[in-house]
Design a protein around this ligand. Sequence first.
Ligand code: FES
Ligand SMILES: [Fe+2]
Length: 375
Amino acid sequence: MPSIDDILVSYNDKAPLSEASTIPAPWYVDPRIAELEANSVFSNTWQMVGRIEQVEKPGQFVTADVAGEPIVVVRGNDGVLRGFYNVCRHHAAAVVTEPCGQASILHCPYHGWNYGLDGSLKGMPEFDGVKNFDRQKNGLVPVKAETWEKFVFVNLDPKGVRLRDFLGGLVKRVTPLGVSKLHYFATRVYDMACNWKVFVDNYLDGGYHVPHLHKGLNSVLDYKEYTIENEDRYCLQSSLMVASEEDKATGATRKGDRAWYFWQYPNLMINCYEGYMDTNLVLPIDVDHCRVIFDFYFADVSEAQRAYNEQSVAVGARVQDEDLGICEAVQRGLKSRAYGAGRLSVRREAGEHLFHRLLAAALKAGEGTIVAAAD
Ligand code: FES
Ligand SMILES: [Fe+2]
């Protein structure tokens, strides 16, 4: 079996796009790489965990799993949004057990310890007589939480840069699109039998697969004019829109002059059309499974618009079904003895090249290091 080092050095991240290959197959199928990614990709990047509207009022919370860590983000009575490891300081049970909701106190269901919305330990039943126990030091362990546009993010790395610095140039590209005026409508969750990076690669192939795999979507995009811009930790793929007679549902629900497809390293996509946004959050489950969460937003979510919005979600679901089958086929192919790595299209696959180089840099830097929680 090759060492992790051998696997990492088998990718040349210095090659220009015209000479570059994809990251090699073992990066998608070796559980040791998945473990390394949990520490050096998902433990030190800002990860989306919810929507701002879910945590607007004091006591409102969302829970999430980030790099295998249970996390809760909760709005305090003072209006401050705080993140914590959702791990009871008594015997490690999850304190908050709902995906989202509202509470006046965080109450552990196991032995009834209570924490304030600021994470401080408020009370422990039947704990009289316990010596050398400092209640002040037994609050929930904090984790960084910040918001941007409609979204709530956390970062497990206490030394991580601010969210806006992490997002870098993405901020100035997304803000003019006015996504803050859109309203959440629906979520669709897909469990896929492929490594999370297969889904990201598929997204970042610059529309290469669109005419072949997504005939409906292809009918509204000006494929030849598709542009790809790499900057910082994001890639913007964009296309002029054309009117579609071929596919009425797609034509009716994918409107405007331009389609905007943003990918932010490592695992977030934001897709915008006029009056429309969906986000795709790609979560690794294990080395050959991932979960992709699609959240759909529209300009108008009134009852009168419901049928239209549902039709729009259905168009998105059809595209995703087409992607799902191909991503699972790719994962099977990556395990084949016939495959090692593939070359990249200079015209189309610059985004994938950026992703692979960012990932390689993170894995090479992160080998042997583990991000510790704040104490
Ligand atoms: S584990 Fe939470 S009170 Fe015991
Ligand atoms: Fe696709």
